[in-house]
Design a protein around this ligand. Structure first.
Ligand code: GLA
Length: 387
């Protein structure tokens, strides 16, 4: 893709001298969903699919953006003197938001830039195309302007821009997984303090298979922000009876002992998910380290059930994919991944069952939902790179 994105840049911006090519991955979360804004654990990994970019500095204050993903693409222009006007400019609000977030931290760009991107993460799949674009932009800015920031800073800057420029109150998981990815490893991250360790994923005879619901209309942002508020309110109620900073500080036993402090049934059940999912994530990583993939898979399944019944973020599309997957003996575990309401499931499937999985789950999905799901076998890749 390096040549393609460089050629795309040359065609649109008419120059090739000094232009460099870059890549940032997408991510999939193996377990630990809706825990990252509750100070809990997550266990995502970067993928080998992601976003490619070619970029060069300009001599003036313009920012020019071009995406090779859309047939009717045109160059979209912004200005360093009026970054705010890029807020509602479609996809360019993500790279512009990262420029804005850098400037908020005191990193001023002396000139503008041209940026051409191409992404191969399926659109709206919940595999973090936006975090990939944010981290890609931050990585490019660091390289072009010599900003002194770490990859972890790139994750925080990306999240800051998404929260404050793009209006989604997301946690740190996606940007962290993208910025800190490591081939063949998942990242066991404690979102309470950003301490983390890499855990090698050696699936010996099994693969990670993503199934995409292809669901179009999602109300993700408003629903997501509503879940987050419910957890925050539940936390403040629990803080009247215990000394905690986040729901992730509670074990399931401690939660059971104090849950009556939460005065609303729905909030109590949402908080329960956050607490139990955090414990499942800790247990799943321990199982993986002990070589017990069967237990890891069971915890993935239990995670889906909790997201379906308690957290209420799945929907018939994701449930159909997961529940049909569970029927296949070669499926070690299957669950929704990411924010939910659409997007993808992630499954660990034995090599010999992958074709059967795609065929049977695909057919049952089409019969029930009326349109097709898409399947991809993915590999765990590195964080951002210069190509
Ligand atoms: C989205 C958000 C993440 C995380 C997940 C749910 O992907 O961007 O921060 O909250 O949903 O686990």
């Amino acid at each position: 893709m390096k040549e393609e994105v460089l050629a795309g840049f040359g065609k649109v911006f008419g120059e090739t001298e000094g232009v460099k090519a870059y890549f940032a991955p997408g991510r999939v979360n193996l377990i630990g969903e809706h825990t990252d804004y509750n100070g809990g654990h997550v266990f995502p990994c970067a993928l080998t699919i992601g976003t490619y970019g070619a970029a060069a500095k300009r001599n003036d204050r313009k920012m020019r953006f071009f995406s090779m993903n859309f047939d009717n693409s045109k160059v979209i222009e912004g200005s360093l003197d009026d970054i705010d006007s890029s807020r509602n400019a479609g996809w360019t609000a993500y790279p512009a938001g990262v420029v804005w977030a850098f400037e908020q931290r005191g990193f001023k760009l002396d000139t503008g830039f041209d940026l051409c991107i191409y992404g191969n993460i399926p659109n709206g799949s919940g595999l973090s195309s936006s975090a990939s674009l944010e981290v890609l932009t931050g990585f490019i800015l660091r390289d072009l302007y010599g900003f002194d920031v770490t990859n972890q800073d790139l994750a925080l800057i990306g999240q800051y821009s998404e929260n404050n420029f793009n209006g989604c109150n997301c946690g740190i998981m996606d940007q962290f997984a993208v910025a800190m990815g490591k081939e063949d490893n998942a990242i066991f991250l404690d979102t309470a303090d950003l301490s983390f360790e890499y855990a090698p994923i050696s699936l010996k005879g099994a693969k990670i298979v993503i199934a995409n619901t292809n669901k179009k209309h999602k109300l993700t942002d408003s629903q997501y922000n509503a879940r987050r508020s419910a957890c925050e309110k539940a936390l403040s109620e629990l803080q009247t009876v215990c000394d905690i900073k986040g729901l992730g500080d509670l074990s399931p036993e401690e939660f059971e002992a104090h849950k009556d402090a939460i005065k609303d049934d729905d909030r109590r059940i949402k908080a329960k998910h956050a607490v139990y999912e955090n414990q499942r994530t800790i247990d799943a990583v321990a199982a993986l380290k002990a070589g017990d993939l069967t237990k890891f898979g069971q915890l993935m399944n239990a995670s889906h059930v909790s997201l379906r019944d308690d957290y209420d973020v799945t929907g018939i599309e994701l449930d159909t994919l997961a529940e049909e997957a569970w029927k296949i003996p070669g499926v070690i575990g299957s669950r929704m991944t990411g924010g939910g309401f659409g997007g993808c499931t992630v499954s660990i499937v034995k090599d010999e069952a992958v074709e059967e999985f795609k065929e049977k789950v695909g057919k049952a999905y089409l019969d029930k939902i009326g349109y097709e799901a898409a399947f991809y076998t993915v590999e765990i890749g590195d964080g951002p790179t210069i190509l």
